[in-house]
Structures are given as structure tokens and as C-alpha cells.
Design a protein around this ligand. Structure first.
Ligand code: MN
Ligand code: MN
Ligand code: MN
Length: 289
């Protein structure tokens, strides 16, 4: 079976509706898909319905933003119970935090003489929570900057006039939320935090010590050498391995649904854990095990 355990819909910063996402997953021959929008589960029910239509197994998921020292790190919750009161409270808290941050960004932009940014960014966000990419789109639309990158360089990036520092909840807090919702906590894309190898290993060890169970060993297209090295680290710490495309937008072949190298044979796949397994068909050999 082909697994893709990390992707986004338009309920966060993805481009497709859950319906279109599942149709695309089908076209890419994905058998098991986890929807993991940033800090929200708003798209999961729609995705579950679309998945039934296409004969795909849908794993309810989320990608939480969290804090590890000075770094923001992403933790995937796979196989979460979307009716869990703890999870709903956590999602609410993240939404309030994002909303406050958006309001502060808009205030700072107003001080730069740019009015109406919150409503403008909200229009781009649609169903999703307002974030910096939506402010960037607004600034481009208004002709304040020439393109998306310039919006970050001039206004929204670190140290720029509309930069708002925000501390996400601690990694251990997020892991706790995921566990309370019956999910498995997966450290997302450890290669994407610009850490040295030593620091990356320290992050993975802290993650494991905080109760984390798995690491996203394969994220989109990455080198075989990276995969091999990371696999050794995971096996040394007794952590399971996950894989996902981190798909957001059509037309980016390096981040396409189902497009990634398979997990190496010597790792423990995250889908053997009961939190994920309970969404999959019974193993054909189950009766003989
Ligand atoms: Mn994203
Ligand atoms: Mn991420
Ligand atoms: Mn992601």
C-alpha cells in the first residue's frame, strides 16, 4: 500500500478542498492518506467522506506548531480522535494565539501606513486561519510590494517592521494533547529546521524524552544519504518512522501527493502502531498471526 501521512488542504495553507485533495490522492495512487492541516482539524470530516468515495483510508491528523528552545518545530498528531475534548480545546487555544498574532501584525502594518490589512488578509485566508502568507498576498495585491518574497523581506520577516514574535506551546505540551486524543506524536521533517546534525539529534532525543513516538523519516524528496543517517538515529532511540509528501499546492513535483521514496526496510513504520492501525483494514494474515 502507498502511504502519504502528511498533507494540507485549504483549511490551513493548502490550495485544495478536502474533496479535490482526495481526488488528487486517488489519481496519484495513494492508498492511505493522513490530512494534517496546521493547528486545525476542520477539514477532517470532509476528507473522511471524500476518502470513502475514492476507497482511500483516511487517517485523521493535525500538524501542531510548537516551541523547542528558540526554534519553532512541527509535531504531527496521527490517528487523533477528532471529537476529543482535549484536542478541541488545544485547537481553540492555537486559533486564539494565531488570531492575536494576526491582529498585532495588522497593527504594525497600520503604523507603516498600510490600512485594512486584517480584513484584506482574511479575504485571502478564506476558511483558514489568517497567517503571514495571507498578509503577504494582501501586500502584493495592494501594490505595496512587487511579490510574495518582497513582502517578507520588507515587512513580515524576522526583524522587519511587522514581525511579531510568538512563542508556541512547548513540544511536551503538544505531545500531551496528541496522546490525550489517542494519537501518535510524530516529529515532522527534522531536516527542515536548519539545525546542525548535533542539534537535530538533541531535538530528536528531547522529543523522545517528552513522550514522542515517531519521526517523519521521509518528507517529500530528500537525499538517500539523509534518509539513511536519520534511520540509524531513529533505530538507535527505538522510534518509529513516518513518511509524507507535505503536499500544499498542485504543480510542485517535489511536493506531490504520494511522491517520496519508500521507508527503508529496517525501520518500524508508524502504521504498525494501534493509533494509526485502527483506521486501516485488518491485515490479510491477521487470522494466522
Ligand atoms: Mn504549510
Ligand atoms: Mn511543517
Ligand atoms: Mn506540513
Amino acid at each position: 500500500m502507498k502511504f502519504d501521512l502528511h498533507c494540507h488542504s485549504h483549511f490551513s495553507d493548502g490550495f485544495l478542498s478536502p474533496d479535490d485533495l482526495l481526488a488528487r490522492a486517488k489519481a496519484q495512487q495513494v492508498d492511505v492518506l493522513a490530512l494534517t492541516d496546521h493547528d486545525t482539524i476542520a477539514g477532517v470530516v470532509l476528507a473522511q467522506n471524500a476518502a470513502k468515495l475514492h476507497g482511500i483510508y483516511l487517517i485523521p491528523g493535525i500538524e501542531f506548531s510548537s516551541q523547542w528552545g528558540k526554534s519553532g518545530v512541527h509535531i504531527l498528531g496521527l490517528g487523533v480522535d477528532i471529537s476529543s475534548a482535549e484536542l478541541l480545546a488545544a485547537v481553540d487555544a492555537q486559533e486564539v494565539a494565531r488570531r492575536n498574532r494576526a491582529e498585532q501584525i495588522a497593527l504594525k502594518l497600520a503604523k507603516c501606513g498600510i490600512e485594512g490589512a486584517l480584513a484584506g488578509a482574511q479575504a485571502f485566508a478564506g476558511d483558514a486561519n489568517v497567517g503571514r502568507p495571507h498578509f503577504a498576498q494582501f501586500l502584493v495585491q495592494q501594490g505595496v510590494v512587487k511579490d510574495f518574497n518582497a513582502a517578507f523581506k520588507k515587512y513580515l520577516g524576522a526583524g522587519k517592521p511587522a514581525d511579531v514574535k510568538y512563542e508556541w506551546p512547548q513540544m511536551s505540551q503538544v505531545i500531551d494533547w496528541i496522546h490525550k486524543a489517542g494519537g501518535v506524536a510524530v516529529l515532522a521533517h527534522p531536516y527542515k529546521y536548519n539545525l546542525t546534525r548535533t542539534k537535530m539529534v538533541a531535538l530528536i532525543k528531547d522529543f523522545a524524552a517528552a513522550g514522542g513516538t515517531a519521526v517523519e523519516l521521509v518528507n517529500g524528496l530528500q537525499s538517500q544519504a539523509e534518509t539513511k543517517d536519520l534511520a540509524r538515529i531513529l533505530n538507535g532511540l527505538g522510534l518509529s518512522a513516518s513518511c509524507g509528501s507535505d503536499f500544499h499546492v498542485p504543480g510542485q513535483p517535489w511536493q506531490e501527493l504520494g511522491h517520496m521514496s519508500p521507508l527503508p526496510e529496517d525501520v518500524a513504520p508508524v502504521w504498525l502502531l494501534s493509533s494509526v492501525n485502527r483506521f486501516l483494514p485488518p491485515h490479510p494474515d491477521a487470522a494466522n498471526l
